[in-house]
Design a protein around this ligand. Sequence first.
Ligand code: SF4
Length: 304
Amino acid sequence: MHEIYEKIAKLKKEKDAVVLAHYYVPGEVMDAADYVGDSYYLSKIAAQVSKKAIIFCGVYFMGESAKILAPDKTVLMADISADCPMAHMASADDILKVRKEYEDVAVVCYVNSTAEIKADSDVCVTSSNAYNVVKSLANKNIYFIPDENLGRYIAGKLPEKTFIFNDGYCHVHAKITAQDVVSKKSIYPKAKVAAHPECREEVLNLADYIGSTSGIIEYVNKTDAKDFIICTETGVFYEINKKAKGKNLYPAANGQICEGMKKNTLDKLLNVLINFDNEVRLNESVIDKAAYSLRRMLTLAEEK
Ligand code: SF4
């Protein structure tokens, strides 16, 4: 095991590459990365790094975001088939329809979306900054795509806006039910419930804390309780266990696992560093338009 980390480190230097990994990839892959984080953090890093190449351990839309924010760099995916189904659950036709139907509408696109959808949107958001970004928009009407659950959660905090929802969802989070949480609570009555806003409203209503992946990690770390029922992908357990030793973490449901994220392995990371394949390629006009939405997000999120 040690040997593969040495090979990866050597190749990173030789190829002037930096490795970015999301909290949902396997722990041993996170250990080989230069930066580990949620989508918001990783997009900020992608926009800033000075290395010639970015190797992404995550799902495809994350590699696309890195390419959009750093178009002069070579962006490679550890596994180019690692995909997020929700990223495809919004359509350019629906955006056009909504733009025609509603005046003063902002198309707000969760980063978990394809580059083409970002290009057709007015601004992007992540679960970390969605509230601040949407709040700062002058528009009254918000078409929130693709995730309905996140959209409804943010809408509940911004009653002054009119939200139009799309029916996208993350299957990993949407499968968690209120009954799952109630059952776990009956086994661990003192446990605090931490949920990602991609969960259904019925689950969020039972949560002690609602926040992004990074937010959940921080919440567990800073909260005195010992037991936590976690309503997000269980990849976060790895980082929590590093930061907050001695906590008991229980997934709310069985199988809170993102298959796309778990396609990332150390062997694949090593191979992509050797072969320099799996490149993310986007056409220039998509990059230009999507960069506007992503950069606007970074600016608006930082202003708050
Ligand atoms: S956990 Fe859900 S939203 Fe995140 S990458 Fe996987 S399928 Fe997409």
